[in-house]
Structure formats: C-alpha cells, structure tokens
Design a protein around this ligand. Structure first.
Ligand SMILES: *[C@@H]1O[C@H](CO)[C@@H](O)[C@H](O)[C@H]1NC(C)=O
Ligand SMILES: *[C@@H]1O[C@H](CO)[C@@H](O)[C@H](O)[C@H]1NC(C)=O
Ligand SMILES: *[C@@H]1O[C@H](CO)[C@@H](O)[C@H](O)[C@H]1NC(C)=O
Length: 637
C-alpha cells in the first residue's frame, strides 16, 4: 500500500516539477558527513537570535577550518518563550495565514516584517557557514485547530481542487501524532494534492529564506512516515542548490529500516537523543556496528551520500533535555568518555555536530573536537567496521569467538523486551504466533517466539483486542484499520503495546517495549499477518522483539578498524567495563579484515598518549582506563 501511494505520488510530482525545469546537473554533491554546531544540547528550544549568531561567529572563527560549517537552530524556533509554554504545550506558536511556522519575533527580531529566517541566513552565509533548521513532521495542531487554508505556491493563493479550497483539517491525520510531542504535530495525508501542496509550501519557504539543511523530526524510527519522507526528499531534490536532508531521532532503528530511507536523505539518526551519560555513549556501539556491517555508512543518498547519524556531541556547556533553560552546567562526561565518544563517532563516520555553547568551549573539548587524526578518519577513511578479534587477556583465545557468536544467548532474570522495527518482507520479522493458553478466554494470545537461542526465556506475549472504532466523520481512516487490532498487556487490559515511546532519549533501558493507555492512535494499531509478521499501522513496518539483559549495555571491550587514504590502518580499542582493562589484538587477526593484503608487522603511534607502538610479538596491546579508548595509526606490511 505504501509503495503504491509512493509511486503514484512520485509520478505526480515528477510531472509537476519537470514542467518547472530546474537543472539538476551542476549541483554540488553532498559527499562527506556534514559537520557543524546545533543549538539543542545547550539551549533546548529557547535560543535567541543574538545567542545563535554569537555561536555562529565563533564556529566561523574557531571551527570552520576544521570542516564545521553548518549552524543549526534546533526545535520550536516558532514558540513564544512565555509562562506556560514548554516542549509539549499547545497554542504558543507563531504561524502565518497558511498554517506555516514562522520564527517567534521576540526571540528572532530580524524575522519581523515577514522576513522569516532570511536575515539570519544572510548573516550565517556572510560568516562562510551554512544555515540549518529543525522542523517537525506534518502540520501543527495549532494550524489544524485554526483550520488555516493551504497555500498553493504555484498561484500564491489558496489551494483549490475539485472546485473548492482545502484547509488544514482536510489534510491532517489526527491519529498520527508525533509520539513525544502529541500536542504539537501530526502527519499530513500525502495521498491528497492538498497534503502535498502544504509540504511543498513549507519547503519552498525554507529555501526562499536561505536554509541549507533541514532536520526533519518525528518521521523516522518509531514515527516512520515513508510517504512524507519520500515527498519532502523529492521537493528538496529539485532545489537548485545543495540542501542537506537530515532526520532527528530514530528510536528502534534497524539496518533494514535504514535501507528504506538512505537513498532519500543525507543523514539519519539511528538512536534516540544522546545526552552526556555513559549509558548513552555505550548504547551507540551495537547500532553503529550493525549499520557498518550493512554497508550503510556513506551509501548513496540524496544528491550524494547518506550517513547514519549518532547525534550531537554533548560536551562543554549544556542545558538539560526538554528544559526551558539555557546552558547552565558542564557535561557530565569525563575526558576518557569524551574521547571514546568522539572516536566511535569518527570511525562510524557520523556527522559531527557540536552540542555545547561554543562561547564557552573548554580547551580539552576543543582539542577533541579538532583532533586532526579523528577528523581525517571521519571524512576520509574507508572500510570502517567493528573489529571483533580483540581480547582482554593474551591467553583468552576464545573470548572474541564468544562475542562474535551470540550476543543473544545471555541468561538472566532481568529481561528487557526491546522492540525493533524492520521491513515486513524480512524473514527476521517472522516470529509471532497465536495460541489459546489465555486466562482470559475472550481474547486471543499472541506471543513472539523469537529464534531458537531465546527459547529458554519467557516469551513476550500480548492479547489481541478489537479496536474501539466510532463511526463518525473519520470513516476514511476506519477503512484503513479494518482487520487491525489493539494488543493489550497480558496482565493489564487497559494498556496497549505502543510502537513508540514517550521519551526520545537514547539510553538503552528506555528502549524497552512500551505499553501506554489504550487509545485510537496508529502507533497502537497492529495487524497480524498469516505468515507470523506483525505490522504497525503508524510506520508500516513489522515489529520484532529482542530479549536483552537489563545491564547488557555495560561491560565488554570493543574495537573498530578502518583504512586511511594512504593505506595506513586505523585501529581503536574501547573499554566499556567499569574497571581498567587491557586490550589485545593480533597481527594475524588484523590480516583477516584486509583480504589480499599481507600484514605481518605493524608499527605506528597511539594518538592520545603519543606513544610509539609496534606488533613486536605479533600482538598490539594497551591498558585502557574505565570507559577509555586508544587510537592507533599503524603502518603495516
Ligand atoms: C526548460 O528546458 C528546456 C530544454 O532543456 C529549455 O529549452 C527551456 O528553455 C527550459 N525552460 C525554462 C523555463 O527554463
Ligand atoms: C508476510 O505477509 C505480508 C502480508 O501478506 C507480506 O507483506 C510480507 O512480505 C510477508 N513477509 C514474509 C517474510 O514472508
Ligand atoms: C487450544 O485449545 C484446544 C481445545 O481447547 C486444545 O486442544 C489445544 O491444545 C489448545 N492449543 C494450545 C496451543 O494451547
């Protein structure tokens, strides 16, 4: 169904833009992971024009030469900063007559007189930088409540079709609200000409303001909306200059899910929001490994390449998540943890966006953010993958085989059922079975059986229940929900399995399968296919369940490897343990990841300590601090 509407929509748009004749030939490609600064970690949503431009000025003076070129205003730049307003308040936004967000003129004085962000973009460009803005999915509840008309940018007047004007209420999908900002925004129906006209009116305005990057939120991960993504990507691809298309949080992201979008965008978040806790840093190791293994790092993207995005680096002078306050505290990460985070981000070729207030960047942070080896690896290394053949003792030969073997074979009492979303055609989506061993005879029980190694664990089960459909004016959507169900918790009938989470943080223990009070919300509506897959009505993706131990995130050692532009070998060791740990790798194992290249001996430098290293006895070794890392630049033969 998704694919059909995508094709129809594509055909429609292709016709309408080709008649406008924009040249796509001379446009610079977006070929490297973007770098820059984003306002969120330091200012939450309350940043002012003055604070933004002060930061931009310093980015230009101190970071631009290191490739940091985007300065991005994060969310809610249109919200009035007055008592009662917060990240999920309703009715405090500044919108124009067409239901589009415009900057709050108190916080952004240059937007007065209908300028939007044009003046800010001009100043940013004059600093030699590029300008980005965060935007939410779909349309705002405020515009829907006001039922504003839709602008047709081709005529400059209200959008008309079938002899009438179209309004916000015609295109809004009330059941598809952004899960973590339910009062804020909801999807629009891209099957309607008016829905597409609305999205077009947004992005044409951003382009007219001089925006170079949009960070589109609540369309990926658990709030997956391939229709909106596809259409916005099309609109951006026909602008006559490079335009970075980026996604904000992607909770429950899997490589299969990333493959649906990687060709349509330039960067996409693969986790929830990353904050300055060790758990958040550690939660990025598995997902970045999986993205690398699936060849998604630097895959073909919108007019160039696309990059799995691990989020901003929350170093330096910060605020707190969802806060109404500006920066007021230093990052809780210590030096080792910051080095580890930056090193993993560099090896995974993540976009590098500094999150702290640049006006107060401390020397140690500045040194990490501008480390020439890491920046070289981040932009120019290749074949970046997790290197599994490391051990924490010279003699523990089998340690890495266990690691390569089964992460899932852990036994333990404290289980977390973690949801993943994947394409329904993937065989790993199969695993749901119905049975009748229920205490409640009226409700059918559905369990995730999972794979064989999980059989010793309690299966994850829910009950299937009819939807409480009302027959009111929204019958069009009722049609869509035929044959679909709520899935209630086995021990509490009032809560339903939710394909989303109310939080957008990264910490792994927030990723567990969530139940929330049952309501008519497409994130809670599911359809079980006869082949044992279960599709979520919001995302159109199928849900899998992983059984994890509660504290699986802590512990272990990791390593990444990559090749440099001049044939050097980059190797990083990471210590995720809570105690100092030695890490060893063998030259013969290094050779395994470079097939056809003889590697017998390596020598070079460890970057953080400055020490010379060599694989004298066929082994390279380093003692790592708690949460610390080492970074080797090796020449091997
Ligand atoms: C569109 O492209 C055609 C063929 O390349 C060209 O002849 C025509 O002048 C263009 N039209 C506009 C409006 O640029
Ligand atoms: C399961 O069935 C659905 C619905 O017919 C289909 O879309 C999906 O591709 C199937 N998946 C597998 C793995 O067979
Ligand atoms: C379901 O119920 C039937 C009849 O009550 C019984 O024969 C069957 O074994 C049950 N199936 C399961 C999976 O418990």
């Amino acid at each position: 169904m998704c694919l059909v509407s995508f094709l129809l929509l594509f055909g429609f748009w292709f016709q309408s833009v080709s008649s406008r004749n924009l040249s796509r030939s001379n446009i610079q490609q977006i070929g490297l992971p973007p770098r820059g600064w984003n306002s969120y970690d330091a200012f939450s949503w309350i940043i002012s024009e003055q604070e933004f431009l002060q930061n931009a000025q310093i980015v230009s003076q101190r970071l631009r030469v290191y490739g940091y070129e985007y300065v991005v205003v994060d969310y809610l730049w249109y919200r009035k900063n007055v008592p009662g307003a917060n990240m999920n308040s309703l009715g405090f936004d500044v919108i124009d007559q067409w239901g589009r967000m415009v900057p709050d003129p108190v916080r952004w004085p240059s937007s007065n007189g209908g300028n939007g962000f044009s003046e800010v973009a001009k100043k940013v460009h004059s600093l030699g930088l590029k300008f980005g803005i965060h935007i939410m999915a779909g349309i705002s509840t405020q515009a829907v409540n006001a039922n504003t008309p839709i602008l047709d940018t081709a005529t400059g007047a209200a959008y008309q079709e079938l002899g009438r004007v179209w309004y916000a209420k015609d295109i809004a999908i009330q059941q598809r609200r952004c899960s973590w900002m339910s009062n804020g925004f909801m999807s629009v129906n891209t099957r309607l000409g008016a829905g597409r006209a609305f999205l077009r009116s947004l992005h044409e305005q951003y382009a007219a303001w001089g925006v170079d990057l949009v960070k589109h939120d609540c369309v990926f991960g658990e709030n997956f909306d391939l229709n909106e993504i596809t259409y916005v990507s099309e609109v951006l691809s026909y602008f006559n200059r490079p335009f970075v298309y980026s996604f904000s949080p992607g909770i429950f992201v899997t490589p299969a899910m990333a493959k649906y979008v990687s060709g349509l965008v330039n960067m996409y978040r693969i986790t929830g929001d990353d904050w300055d806790t060790w758990q958040d840093v550690a939660a990025h190791f598995d997902i970045s490994r999986d993205m690398a293994a699936a060849n998604l790092i630097g895959a073909k993207g919108l007019r160039g390449s696309s990059w799995p995005d691990m989020d901003m680096l929350p170093f330096g002078w910060l605020t707190d998540p969802g806060s109404n306050e500006g920066p007021h505290r230093y990052s809780k990460l210590n030096l080792e943890e910051k080095r580890t985070q930056m090193t993993l981000w560099a090896f995974a070729k993540s976009p590098l966006m500094y999150g702290g207030d640049v006006r107060r960047i401390d020397p140690a942070t500045y040194e990490i953010m501008t480390n020439p080896t890491l920046l070289e690896i981040n932009h120019f290394s290749s074949n970046n993958i997790e290197f599994p053949y490391v051990t924490s003792s010279k003699n523990l030969k089998n340690e890495y085989q266990q690691r390569i073997g089964k992460m899932n074979s852990m036994k333990g009492e404290k289980q977390i059922h973690s949801l993943g979303l994947t394409g329904c055609a993937e065989s790993k989506a199969i695993g749901w079975t119905t049975g009748n061993q229920s205490l409640n005879r009226d409700l059918e029980r559905i369990c995730w059986k999972g794979s064989a190694e999980n059989l010793h664990q309690n299966p994850f089960c829910v009950h299937k229940r009819e939807l409480p459909l009302r027959l009111d004016g929204e019958s069009m959507y009722h049609e869509d929900y035929r044959g679909k169900h709520h899935l209630v918790a086995t021990n509490q009938m009032r809560v339903c399995l939710d394909g989303s989470t109310k939080r957008k943080d990264t910490s792994k223990d927030l990723k567990r399968a969530t139940f929330s009070p049952c309501r008519l919300d497409s994130n809670q509506i599911w359809e079980l296919h006869s082949n044992g897959t279960m599709v979520n009505s919001y995302s159109g993706l199928c849900v899998t369940v992983k059984y994890l131990e509660a504290n699986v995130v802590s512990g272990g050692i990791r390593s990444w490897i990559a090749t440099g532009r001049n044939g050097e070998v980059y190797l990083a060791f990471f210590n995720l343990n809570e105690q100092k740990t030695p890490v060893y790798a063998k030259t013969s194992d290094l050779a395994k990841v470079f097939p056809g290249r003889p590697i017998n001996f390596c020598q070079g430098k460890e970057v953080w300590s400055g020490k010379n290293v060599a694989t004298t006895q066929g082994t390279i070794f380093m003692d790592l601090e708690v949460h610390g890392c080492s970074l080797f630049v090796l020449h091997c033969k």
